[in-house]
Write a protein that binds this ligand. Structure first.
Ligand code: TRP
Ligand code: ZN
Length: 877
């Protein structure tokens, strides 16, 4: 393999020139698009020094013309290589640069820069897509105002959109028309967007507290008209929330969202013109599932919140990615908690972090929230940067309190408005706004790996006190063998054996201050003592999941049952349930056979079930078993079949033991619940579906019930859950329902994705063979990332039993698809290869098979930079 060059944070150098205004003119053609740009630059060197050469990034471009101050630059003043153009001699007061490039959007399968999706043209510029359109300083710290003109055929492309406000339009004599947009806010190139097509629009308005009326527009291809109502309402809620929670108003006259079918990620926050993966914005009231509605709301809010955290204040360089993503995910989490259920939102945040980020942090891709180097920045849109980044922000929020945090964010936005910032700038603003030193938090940005928080308790009956010994340890990660202690906020309480939280008075304090407090562990070890504790208590630790760490406390089953039954912290209750079921699964794993359910577990579950109507969604989260991946994380070596078998055993045992409960709950909770508020109905259904899953696990009667639900329901969530359970349980039985589903809904790509995913993740039958067949199905399309994720992504990430077949056929199959994809869409190829990099976690045969496939990919000539980076790191482990 040839090694591409790495980029280092420590090498950051400010831009050599400022750009003053950029104008872009797109002449869109069916096969060729001409892009004319014109911009003025002035040197930006410290006084007395000459400006360096001007670097214009550009990749794979056909350059038709370049003019500097109206004439072609001499060959001696221009250097051209595969990264772009370097111009020298641009000192003096200012220069005008004009560039014309010729683009072929139809051939752009990587979906970065200008590309076609269905009948429309659209762009994706984050992180480095702009350089696939023209030569320009494509770096986030170069900001300027944009004017964009789009010229296209009026019939095929009646709607022409770009960032900002529409300032002009007209028709040409040849059947084309043009529209000009001007964005008054300076922005980096990654926030540029342009869309052209025959689009339907759903319009609404939002009035800000200062009385400005904002036009809201959601654009879709005409066949998707009528599926945008939920997104518009979510947008209005998000706008209102940001006004109330942070005092932030929207800053343009219109806010546009466009849905596209082919998209590498979820959505993109381009200034005033968001582009969304159709799956994250469309929701047909008849066909959207409960999860779809939640996803759409969360993603719409996330992109909207970027308007301040990301756009108004942007990034100095891509190492600071978490400055916008971590903060925006945190704001999204706050919004979801405050407009939905705080308890459930937090449980899902924690579950998500453990399921996706913890494994990343313990594998060959482990990197800090702010990485120190990368080969390709698009590989750093990770769970660590987004979700661990959000947890780091949450710890700052915990330390400063809500009012202090809000004041800090406001100072940050005021101080850096219209400019590019760093993670230190953010921390500095929080410090200055609150007078609280926060420098110790830097380690959370710089150090990779999940810290283990070890807690041990000792009760002293004579002195009636309780000692807690807290310690921390972070395992080594690639390139970081020695770790520093981190400041870990541990929110805790102490529960007496009767289930009451005790008033907390620490050694040296005169009076107790509440039943909950946050102790921040700074050093490697720390002991704390609580007074007036008559009997040995049960500590309630890491309440509300106060830090992104793995907790190690030797709870007994009885203690876990007490926390589950009596604690008032939903995260601690949920986690106690997870540990109780995990413990039962591990018993089965370690001792083999089919051990009976421990009585402590069944009694605790019984208590949870008794209250199911009060909080059905919480009960559903609590009684869902840990995933096979999460169980695997707890083991020294991933025993694929044994883990599957042990979990199946527990599913069956829980299904049979509580058969009567599951039957009642399923009948009571599944269904459409006409007249019940949407969130309540969804919560009931979630529990109803867990009950159905346990019925299926218990045996044939459950499978019958799933079949009945499939046929009889009028609710899409019910129908899809039933279909998934059938496909998972019995390939033969599922055949007919799968056929009828496709016949009925096969023209809706969002439902086709779900149909593909159900089959790709099913345990029954020969999973690999099924996936191979799906790839030959007319609905499959290797060029569409959603299809690829539904089949190949789902198979390799969510079907361990078949993907990790011991003969290695699953590994070889995915490796071949990765190589095919690399030529089409390197970003998607680089994501798909990730599961193969975890070879070190498996037994010798599987490890050999996985690393052999990685080597095979690595040995291919002409590997993309994206894929190369992941494969090389995967092999180095
Ligand atoms: N900034 C986008 C977000 O809201 C992420 C994103 C969208 C992205 N499209 C992309 C990242 C393409 C890399 C490549 O999180
Ligand atoms: Zn984002």
């Amino acid at each position: 393999m040839t090694a591409p060059n790495a980029v280092f944070l420590k090498d950051y150098a400010p831009p050599s020139h400022r750009v003053h205004h950029l104008s872009l003119t797109f002449e869109l053609g069916e096969n060729e698009t001409r892009l004319h740009t014109c911009f003025r630059v002035t040197p930006d060197a410290p006084a007395g020094r000459q400006a360096g050469p001007l670097c214009l990034h550009g990749r794979g471009l056909q350059l038709e013309r370049i003019l500097v101050d109206g004439s072609a630059p001499p060959a001696t003043a221009m250097n051209h290589d595969e990264h772009g153009l370097t111009l020298t001699g641009l000192d003096g007061p200012g220069h005008t640069i004009e560039v014309t490039t010729v683009l072929r959007p139809r051939d752009n399968t990587a979906l970065q820069g200008l590309y076609r999706s269905g009948g429309l043209f659209c762009t994706q510029c984050e992180p480095e897509g702009f350089r696939h359109m023209t030569y320009f300083p494509d770096r986030p710290d170069v900001m300027t105002r944009y004017t964009t003109t789009i010229i296209a055929d009026s019939r095929r492309y009646p709607v022409l959109l770009a960032n900002g406000n529409r300032t002009g339009a007209g028709t040409l004599e040849d059947g084309r028309h043009w529209v000009t947009w001007h964005d008054p806010h300076p922005k980096p190139s990654y926030l540029f967007a342009m869309v052209a097509g025959d689009l339907s629009v759903h319009q609404d308005t939002h009035v800000t507290p200062s009385g400005r009326r904002i036009g809201l527009q959601v654009y879709t291809e005409p066949r998707n008209a009528g599926r945008t109502g939920h997104a518009v309402e979510a947008l209005q809620r998000a706008m209102r929330w940001d006004e109330e929670a942070y005092g932030l108003e929207y800053d343009l006259d219109c806010y546009m969202i466009v849905a596209v079918d082919d998209f590498n990620m979820g959505a993109m926050e381009n200034k005033g013109l968001n582009i969304f993966n159709a799956a994250c914005v469309l929701a047909d009231p008849r066909t959207a599932t409960d999860d779809d509605l939640e996803t759409v709301e969360a993603v719409v809010a996330h992109e909207y919140f970027h308007n301040w955290t990301g756009n108004r204040v942007t990034l100095r360089d891509w190492f600071q990615l978490s400055l916008k993503e971590g903060l925006t995910v945190f704001r999204e989490q706050q919004f979801c908690a405050e407009t939905g259920s705080p308890a459930l939102t937090r449980i899902r945040d924690a579950r998500n972090l453990r399921a996706l980020q913890f494994p990343e942090d313990s594998g060959p891709m482990a990197h800090p929230v702010r990485p120190g180097s990368y080969l390709d920045v698009s590989n750093f849109y990770t769970a660590t940067v987004y979700d661990k980044g959000a947890e780091v922000i949450r710890m700052l929020h915990t330390r400063l309190g809500d009012a202090g945090f809000r004041a800090g964010v406001q100072l940050y936005l005021r101080r850096h408005d219209g400019r590019a910032a760093t993670c230190e700038d953010f921390r500095g603003a929080l410090e200055d706004a609150t007078g609280t030193p926060l420098t110790d938090m830097a380690t959370w940005y710089e150090q990779a790996g999940t810290p283990v928080l070890r807690v041990r308790g000792r009760h002293d009956p004579v002195r009636r006190c309780y000692h807690l010994l807290l310690s921390q340890f972070t395992p080594a990660t690639p390139g970081q063998s020695r770790k520093q202690p981190l400041p870990i906020p541990v929110r805790l309480g102490l529960m007496d054996p009767g289930g009451q939280l005790l008033p907390l008075r620490m050694d040296g304090e005169a009076a107790p201050a509440g039943c909950e407090r946050v102790i921040t562990l700074h050093a490697e070890h720390q002991q704390i003592t609580f007074m007036d504790i008559a009997e040995p208590p049960v500590p309630s630790l890491l309440r509300r999941f106060s830090a992104p760490v793995a907790l190690d406390f030797p709870y007994t089953r009885e203690q876990l049952a007490l926390l589950l039954g009596s604690d008032d912290d939903p995260f601690v209750r949920w986690d106690a349930a997870q540990q109780l079921t995990l413990d039962a699964i591990i018993q089965a794993l370690d001792h083999g056979g089919t051990p009976p359910l421990p009585t402590t577990l069944t009694q605790a579950v019984e208590r949870v079930l008794a209250g199911y109507r009060d909080d059905p969604a919480f009960v559903a989260e609590t009684l869902a078993l840990p995933s096979e991946d999460y169980i695997a994380e707890q083991r020294a070596c991933v025993e694929v079949e044994a883990i599957h078998g042990a979990r199946e055993h527990l599913r069956h045992a829980m299904g049979s033991h509580f058969a009567a409960w599951w039957c009642d709950i399923h009948t009571d909770c599944a269904g459409s619940h006409a007249g019940v508020p949407r969130q309540r109905a969804a919560a009931l259904r979630r529990l109803g579906h867990l009950a159905l899953a346990y019925r299926v696990a218990a045996g044939a009667a459950g499978v019958e019930a799933a079949l009945r639900q499939y046929h009889e329901t009028d609710n899409m969530t019910d129908r899809l859950v039933a279909l998934a359970l059938l496909a998972d349980a019995d390939e033969e039985l599922a055949r007919q329902p799968l056929l009828t589903f496709y016949r009925r809904w096969g023209d809706d790509p969002l439902l086709v994705d779900k149909w593909l995913r159900i089959q790709a993740t099913a345990q029954a039958g020969d999973g690999l063979h099924r996936v191979q067949r799906l790839m030959r199905h007319p609905a499959f399309d290797m060029g569409n990332p959603n299809r690829v994720r539904s089949v190949l992504g789902a198979f390799s990430q969510e079907n361990p039993l078949h993907f990790h077949r011991v003969d290695g056929a699953g590994h070889a199959f995915v490796a071949e698809r990765v190589m095919e994809l690399d030529a089409l869409n390197p970003l998607i190829a680089a994501r798909l290869v990730l599961p193969l990099t975890r070879w070190d976690r498996f037994d010798a045969d599987r490890a050999a098979s996985m690393s052999r496939q990685l080597e095979r990919i690595g040995n291919r000539p002409k590997l993309s930079k994206e894929l190369h980076e992941i494969v090389a790191k995967g092999l180095a482990a």
